[in-house]
Write a new protein. Structure first.
Length: 237
């Protein structure tokens, strides 16, 4: 938290000396392919991956200075990882629900944008559904929070002046820390409950997402001066 406070304080300190600072807020949604990547599952002769589907929605706040900005996204997300055993003889689907908090740097130029930064995944629940179709709650075997790295880029479809804008883009996320509780994961062979899955050593299970993102933003206000030499003030739109 102290690092987030420092970044935001630095942004405000730099922009209050200028006249191009503005704050916007918006709603956003994203959808795409998801998976829970584990190298031991990938190397196992009887297990293989299918592409899962995921989505999330929520809101964001942006602190912007000319072409540069810091955005804070808070999204409710759901993802899944689908595993096949013996070429589809049976399967297992792991579904996970999270509250996702993003802190991203965004560069906006030429009607396009690039964003990157960290994301914290706060776990809400995890279920496993086997070939019998019964969903079992396995949340206790997973950690409460984990972290991912995020890279995104896209274009402004509507507006770029801070009053109103709409964007469309691509976003890629890859886990940096284990979603599975390591002790239970190694003992139970998670995420697929495979005996001796980690006979050659433990591997982490990290979430992956690649998909589309949509965002609508409305300007809240900006910092400016009424005339040359006048004291600057924050003006609400």
């Amino acid at each position: 938290m102290k690092y987030i406070t420092f970044l935001l304080s630095f942004l405000f300190a730099g922009t209050l000396a200028a006249q191009s600072f503005y704050i916007d807020a918006g709603v956003k949604a994203q959808m795409g392919a998801t998976a829970l990547i584990n190298q031991s599952v990938n190397n196992h002769p009887n297990w293989s991956y299918d592409i899962g589907n995921g989505f999330s929605f929520g809101g964001k706040v942006g602190f912007n200075f000319e072409d540069h900005g810091i955005t804070v996204d808070v999204l409710l997300g759901k993802g899944e990882s689908s595993f096949e055993f013996d070429n589809g003889v049976s399967n297992l689907i792991t579904e996970y629900a999270t509250t996702d908090i993003y802190l991203l740097y965004r560069l906006s130029r030429y009607r396009g944008y690039l964003e990157l930064g960290p994301k914290m995944n706060l776990l809400r629940d995890v279920t496993n559904t086997g070939a019998d179709g019964v969903a079992n709650d396995v949340s206790e075997y997973y950690v409460d929070n984990s972290y991912s790295g995020v890279l995104g880029f896209g274009t402004y479809l509507i507006g770029t002046d801070g009053r109103f804008s709409g964007i469309f883009g691509l976003r890629f996320e890859y886990g940096l820390t284990d979603m599975v509780d390591q002790t239970m994961g190694q003992d139970l062979g998670l995420p697929v409950f495979q005996d001796a899955l980690y006979a050659e050593g433990y591997n982490t299970s990290v979430p992956f997402f690649a998909g589309l993102v949509f965002e609508l933003n409305w300007g809240i206000g900006y910092y400016g001066k009424a005339s040359c030499g006048a004291r600057g003030k924050f003006i609400f739109l």
